[in-house]
Write a protein that binds this ligand. Structure first.
Ligand SMILES: Nc1nc2c(ncn2[C@@H]2O[C@H](COP(=O)(O)OP(=O)(O)OP(=O)(O)O)[C@@H](O)[C@H]2O)c(=O)[nH]1
Ligand SMILES: [Zn+2]
Length: 315
């Protein structure tokens, strides 16, 4: 019996996926049973088809994951990607981004133990950019002063106007890592992928061709290599809009919001919800006063909304 080969899942669509071997060859694989359901970024053991059984393989087993980034909505859970080094949330000056969506993505990253970066695109749109940069004040300062203390790195970009400069700023942060890129429609995700991934269109074409065989034309989540040595990867995933956090309990929220977590241990009641209790250290820090230890009123409002959302009965 031949040993199963190890491979990396570089695209997924429905139940089947595309597995890349160490020599770079890609092949469609189907999971052998529920336990072999893989997501992009998974390392898997896979097997060639038996002679005469076509050219699609089977995923025999998903190897243990370092982490799993996912969202979960009311009805079904939807996995995004596994084994990530970081998440890059790309928003733009225009269209105006939703701070609630941004926060949801950051909470999901935090819950999975994955560091997050934020990029604000379209700095050439001066006035909207100034407003958006200002809205990101809490994110730019959270954790303390100085680049090392900041909880989130926030980068200004202008992908269509200064792509080369942006590439130089981004590459040191991306090199030799696997980065999941998330962002609302229109923020510039395609522009970013095309800037950083030589032949992105070709890689996509190859994959849709592979997945095509009359059944599927688009892939949902996809991994691109930035470098020829295949060490630096970007994972592009749609679905920022309906970003559910149903996999979290309301009481998980505080530890996943670093500005709130910083004070949550100092409240009078150990089971403080930070919404109305006397002696709440979190609420004592909510205000317009700016400071690395402050909790912005917007962030506290979003926390309250999410707390209510996650407190509704589950089904
Ligand atoms: N002014 C300006 N426009 C930009 C910049 N980057 C991207 N755009 C434009 O913004 C629009 C959206 O960019 P895309 O890269 O298609 O955005 P996307 O996030 O992939 O959007 P979807 O395809 O809808 O998911 C395009 O018209 C881009 O040309 C920028 O730095 N400045
Ligand atoms: Zn409290």
């Amino acid at each position: 019996m031949t040993a199963d080969a190890e491979g990396l899942v570089v695209a997924s669509h429905g139940r089947h996926c595309v597995v890349e071997s160490s020599d770079g060859a890609r092949r469609i694989c189907h999971p052998r049973g529920k336990k072999a359901q893989a997501v992009v970024g998974d390392r898997v053991l896979w097997r060639m088809p038996a002679p005469g059984q076509g050219d699609e393989g089977t995923v025999e087993r998903v190897l243990p994951r370092r982490n799993l980034f996912y969202r979960q909505d009311e009805v079904r859970s939807k996995s995004f990607a596994a084994n990530l080094d970081q998440v890059l949330v790309l928003v733009a000056a225009e269209p105006v981004f939703s701070e609630s969506q941004l926060t949801r993505a950051l909470i999901a990253a935090e819950a999975a133990g994955i560091p997050a970066l934020i990029a604000l695109n379209k700095s050439d749109l001066v006035e909207p950019f100034t407003r958006a940069w200002e809205r990101l004040w809490p994110y730019r300062h959270m954790g303390g002063d100085g680049d090392a203390a900041h909880h989130y790195r926030v980068l200004p970009l202008s992908l269509t106007e200064s792509g080369e400069v942006d590439r130089q700023a981004l590459m040191p942060l991306l090199r030799a890592r696997t980065t999941l890129v998330l962002g609302p429609s229109g923020a510039g995700k395609s522009t970013l992928v095309n800037l950083l991934v030589p032949g992105a269109a070709a890689q996509t074409g190859e994959i849709s061709q592979a997945l095509n065989s009359g059944r599927h034309t688009t892939t949902s989540t996809q991994l691109y290599w930035i470098d020829a040595g295949r060490r630096t990867a970007l994972i592009d995933s749609p679905g920022f809009q309906e970003f559910g956090l149903r996999h979290l309990a309301p009481t998980d929220l505080a530890r996943c919001m670093p500005d709130i977590a910083a004070h949550a241990g100092e409240c009078r009641f150990y089971n403080c919800t930070h919404l109305h209790e006397p002696g709440c250290a979190v609420m004592a820090h909510v205000g317009d006063a700016r400071g690395a230890q402050a909790v912005s009123p917007q962030r506290h409002r979003i926390y309250g909304e999410l707390f209510a959302e996650l407190s509704q009965s589950r089904y």
